[in-house]
Design a protein around this ligand. Structure first.
Ligand SMILES: [Zn+2]
Length: 251
């Protein structure tokens, strides 16, 4: 597992897919806002080996999977994801008002979540999902920079990690999870995500109250969830703010 994670991290550094367990192709599409051709990597096959305690999949490719980002106007999108009406609204925000000014180094999924929120027509759960993905995406940048520093490798790809951005992304995701309706299909899974982000931010008392809430949710508190909660309780007891993974659970 440790070697696998190393391979994935090297994949980030080289910004290529790790072809040991996966296959991918470069796909071209047109930006729905400005019609510029955008190329991005599309994974055809990959494997998931474990998950973070924040449920981030860890496997032979980086999760979340790559999404197109237009170099011309900055729009981050998923193909056939926006209606024509939404595109008209977003063209105004992104091209006319330049709303991403000053946030150029944020992860792609942050931009996608941000525009979904601007539309005001999308479900809070869907918005929260992509804000959570923005933390996952940035976590790999953190891992890559750590790896570069520990191994004294030259940062030729100019990978840039900023701790205050990382903290903001987690706080922001917690705020968006708080707005999700209890009927949303992954509402309870998002409580596990929130719990992990709070622990990693050092908000241990808040994390403990989420643990109590999850324990009282009888339909959800069973199986692996019980193991995760037990593990989180141990980590909180140790004031542990690091990332951990489901394959570490051996209590
Ligand atoms: Zn564009």
């Amino acid at each position: 597992m440790r070697n696998l994670r190393k391979i994935i991290i090297i994949g980030v550094i080289l910004t290529v897919s790790t072809n040991l367990y996966s296959r991918s192709i470069i796909v071209e599409t047109n930006c729905p806002l400005c019609d510029t051709v955008v190329a991005y990597r599309q994974h055809i096959s990959f494997s998931v080996f474990t998950n973070g305690l924040d449920l981030q999949p860890i496997g032979s490719v980086l999760f979340p999977l790559p999404i197109p980002r237009c170099e011309n106007c900055g729009f981050v999108f998923i193909e056939d994801f926006f209606t024509d009406y939404e595109i008209i609204i977003l063209r105004n925000y992104i091209i006319e008002q330049n709303i991403f000014y000053g946030k150029e180094n944020f992860p792609d999924n942050y931009f996608l979540a941000f525009v979904l929120q601007l539309l005001e027509t999308r479900d809070n759960g869907e918005v929260a999902h992509f804000f959570i993905s923005s933390v996952w995406e940035y976590s790999f940048i953190k891992m890559a920079v750590q790896y570069i520093e520990e191994n004294e490798i030259e940062n030729t790809n100019g990978i840039n990690f900023d701790m205050s951005t990382y903290i903001f992304l987690k706080q922001n995701a917690i705020e968006k999870i708080n707005a999700v309706d209890t009927n949303f299909e992954t509402y309870y899974e998002m409580q596990l995500v929130k719990l992990d982000f709070m622990r990693r931010l050092g908000l241990f008392d808040e994390a403990k109250s989420i643990i109590n809430y999850i324990r009282s949710s009888q339909n959800f508190y069973k199986g692996i969830v019980v193991d995760i909660i037990r593990y989180q309780t141990v980590l909180i007891g140790r004031n542990d703010r690091n990332q951990h993974f489901l394959d570490h659970i051996d209590l």
